[in-house]
Design a protein around this ligand. Structure first.
Ligand code: DQA
Length: 154
């Protein structure tokens, strides 16, 4: 197994800056900073370095994905509301061809119909939905496993 340090970008979409205050019965009590800190600790144990970025703006998220190509081996993304609307984010993920995992705190398939469709799902390697903050950790685990397997093949 390659023990090379993996560099992974974690992207958070709109309104996730309000985690902890925003509909806590759906999204839980942890703030985004707390979720990032937990992920950071876990990643360190796994030999991965994470960089975090949150934006409420679709264009900024697209820019970040485009720039990720040269600096990162993979992406974890919670595109939040843009999951259900954004062809632009989907196209950016498809364009950079970086292994990407989609995560959601809530189970989007148990909620309103408009949340059942993800524009990202066809262009990501996998999706984790419904485990609260643990969705991020599970998604990251899946991505790290995928990248290590890929490195073995090289
Ligand atoms: C979300 C689910 C989306 O439907 C919603 O718009 C969000 C958060 C989640 O993490 O459960 O903002 O992505």
């Amino acid at each position: 197994m390659s023990e090379n340090l993996l560099k992974i970008l974690v992207l958070h979409g709109p309104n996730l800056n309000l985690l902890g205050q925003r509909e806590p019965e759906i999204y839980g009590a942890l703030s985004l900073e707390q979720i990032n800190e937990q992920l950071h600790q876990f990643a360190k144990e796994q030999g991965a370095e994470l960089h975090f970025f949150q934006s409420n703006s679709e264009g900024e998220l697209v820019d970040k994905i485009q720039q990720a190509k040269s600096d990162y081996q993979g992406v974890v993304i919670n595109a939040a509301g843009y999951t259900h609307t954004s062809v632009a984010l989907r196209d950016a993920i498809a364009a950079v061809e970086l292994p990407t995992v989609e995560v959601h705190l809530s189970n989007i398939y148990q909620r309103e119909d408009f949340r059942h469709h993800s524009y990202l799902a066809p262009v990501v390697i996998g999706q984790v939905s419904g485990f609260g903050p643990e969705s991020y950790r599970l998604g990251l685990m899946g991505l790290i496993h995928h990248l290590r397997e890929k490195n073995k093949e090289c």
